[in-house]
Design a protein around this ligand. Structure first.
Ligand SMILES: C[S@@+](CC[C@H](N)C(=O)[O-])C[C@H]1O[C@@H](n2cnc3c(N)ncnc32)[C@H](O)[C@@H]1O
Length: 238
């Protein structure tokens, strides 16, 4: 008897959870439509940015894995890259990159059909940001295959993001990137902690995915360490 009661209550809970998930999906989908966002992933970034205030008027932003463009829509609005804000005259820049085509968006430059891991993409990115080092790099990129390939892709993506940050991000800048729980996540966190002062995991309610939020980029840490070691060895030789 107890078994059947437990079975019923378990079934009830599962049905309830499924209904709730369906309701949330429908709710977010409708809300995305109402707000004219290109997809409901917009709500993840809104939630993160409302809390951590990463995107400010005048900031330059790189959106990695930008298609269909919902994160870029939010960035355009928050950094005022169209200059439409009545309250703040400073205009930022938004550059989005994706393997797929991204439909044009007022206030954003898109590198459609570009791979973030390809050096050609970096060269084009630098052309679009002449002299303006980005304040924020954001990545909602997802691996596109399964099995070993997925694992490799995940690794390549995350390493490319760190490489990109080291090449272009300005001192004090931030990186927000989706990650997958596992051994690689720990490695990534360690690498991020070596070059960012504050690294934390964020888990927006609007998403089942986890993100690393890395803030206060220390650009010249390695260069300063190198200079420091030379000074120490010079003093020892005297
Ligand atoms: C979840 S979607 C991003 C949704 C986007 N944040 C938005 O709000 O519209 C993930 C994207 O990452 C892109 N992507 C995956 N690997 C990539 C790579 N190596 N270079 C560029 N884009 C990549 C995929 O093509 C896909 O469009």
């Amino acid at each position: 008897m107890w078994y059947s009661v437990l079975q019923k209550s378990h079934l009830h809970t599962s049905v309830h959870l499924l209904k709730k998930a369906a309701h949330n999906l429908k709710g977010n989908g409708t809300a995305a439509h109402v707000h004219n966002y290109r997809c409901r992933s917009a709500f993840k970034l809104l939630e993160i940015d409302d809390k951590y205030k990463l995107l400010k008027p005048g900031f330059n932003v790189i959106d990695c894995g930008a298609a269909p463009g919902a994160w870029s829509q939010i960035a355009v609005h928050r950094v005022n890259s169209t200059g439409a804000s009545e309250y703040n005259p400073t205009c930022g820049t938004v550059v989005g990159i994706d393997l797929l085509h991204i439909a044009p968006l007022d206030g954003a430059h898109f590198l459609s059909n570009h791979d973030i891991t390809d050096p050609v993409t970096l060269a084009k990115l630098l052309e679009l940001l002449p002299g303006a080092q980005p304040h924020v790099i954001m990545s909602d990129m997802a691996p596109n295959a399964s099995g070993f390939k997925e694992m490799n892709h995940e690794k390549v993506i995350t390493m490319s993001l760190i490489d990109l940050a080291e090449k272009v991000l300005q001192t004090g800048g931030s990186l927000i990137c989706k990650y997958w729980d596992g051994a690689l996540a720990h490695q990534l966190q360690q690498k991020l902690s070596a070059v960012f002062r504050d690294v934390r995991t964020v888990n927006p309610k609007a998403s089942r995915k986890l993100f690393f939020l890395a803030r206060s980029y220390r650009k010249n840490k390695i260069v300063w360490l190198y200079i420091f070691m030379h000074v120490v060895s010079f003093v020892h030789l005297q």
